[in-house]
Write a protein that binds this ligand. Structure first.
Ligand SMILES: [Zn+2]
Length: 281
């Protein structure tokens, strides 16, 4: 199933009359509903028209004609060669969408004069150049998409790194404390640690948490003398890891117990779910 972005990449070939029938039909249907693609196509058609006008002005010198034909890998002798040149495939064979360039019919086409032939050859070179440029442009866009994907990954690692650094700072600050949380029978592979400073600013880092059902998440609890005070809600990532910051109520900073339960995503005031992680009591 092609999407808008796929159609956009066909527009250049369309402007060169270089689409196969199937793609051309599909693009035609898409154009009816996409003003963006219609506008872009007009731009490419204007470019293609300008280039073909430029090629029509005057034929190149005999010497230049020879070089052009040489670069096209053909001989300049027979009229047959002229014709096969004009209708033969141009552009890169790597792009299967670009099948062949259908040259607009012109009077120059049948005159067979040397000058006209030169103009055709020059037009072919321009079309070949244009096709190469379009291919490069498309490859560049694919490269840009890949770059965007990679920078998103780097951004993710950077924010993880920033949080880990913040945790380190918290841990090494004067009077900092740390508690370990162990997995219960519901999460034997899970473990977590909570680091907090004298002001109660805390960072919880958890690993190996089981995936949560839709609409659910883990909620942190601060427990002191049997009183359970709600903390924030943690949504683990796909690998069961999660980091979050929270503020520990003053009463729970000394000899408090920390626990994680499975709760509705919006969090609750009183725990309702099973305990998955708990610190030593
Ligand atoms: Zn579109």
């Amino acid at each position: 199933m092609m999407v808008h972005q796929d159609y956009k990449e066909l527009l250049t070939a369309k402007a060169l009359n270089a689409l196969d029938a199937e793609d051309a039909r599909a693009l035609e249907t898409h154009l009816q509903s996409c003003a963006d693609c219609r506008a872009e196509l007009i731009g490419w058609e204007e470019t293609a028209a300008l280039l073909s006008l430029a090629a029509d002005v005057r034929g190149p010198s005999d010497e230049l004609r020879g070089r052009i034909l040489e670069s096209l890998g053909t001989t300049a002798n027979s009229a047959e060669a002229e014709r096969s040149n004009v209708t033969g495939p141009v552009g890169s064979s790597r792009d299967s969408k670009v099948l062949e360039f259908e040259r607009p019919r012109r009077s120059v086409f049948s005159s067979g004069s040397s000058r006209a032939f030169g103009a055709i050859a020059a037009a072919l070179v321009l079309v070949t150049l244009l096709a190469s440029l379009l291919l490069l442009w498309q490859q560049n866009r694919r490269a840009q998409a890949e770059m965007a994907r990679l920078s998103a990954q780097i951004e993710l690692s950077r924010s993880q790194l920033a949080r880990e650094r913040a945790a380190m700072e918290l841990l090494t600050s004067p009077g900092a404390r740390m508690a370990k949380l162990a997995g219960t029978k519901d999460a034997p592979g899970a473990q977590a640690m909570i680091a907090y400073n004298t002001k109660g600013h805390a960072m919880l880092m958890a690993r190996g948490l089981p995936a949560v059902p839709e609409g659910m998440a883990y909620q942190l609890w601060f427990i002191k003398d049997g009183k359970k005070m709600p903390g924030k809600v943690l949504m683990p990532d796909a690998t069961g890891n999660g980091i979050m910051e929270d503020e520990i109520p003053e009463v729970a900073r000394e000899a408090g117990v920390f626990a994680l339960t499975l709760e509705p995503q919006s969090g609750v005031q009183v725990p309702t779910g099973a305990i998955y992680l708990i610190s030593a009591t």
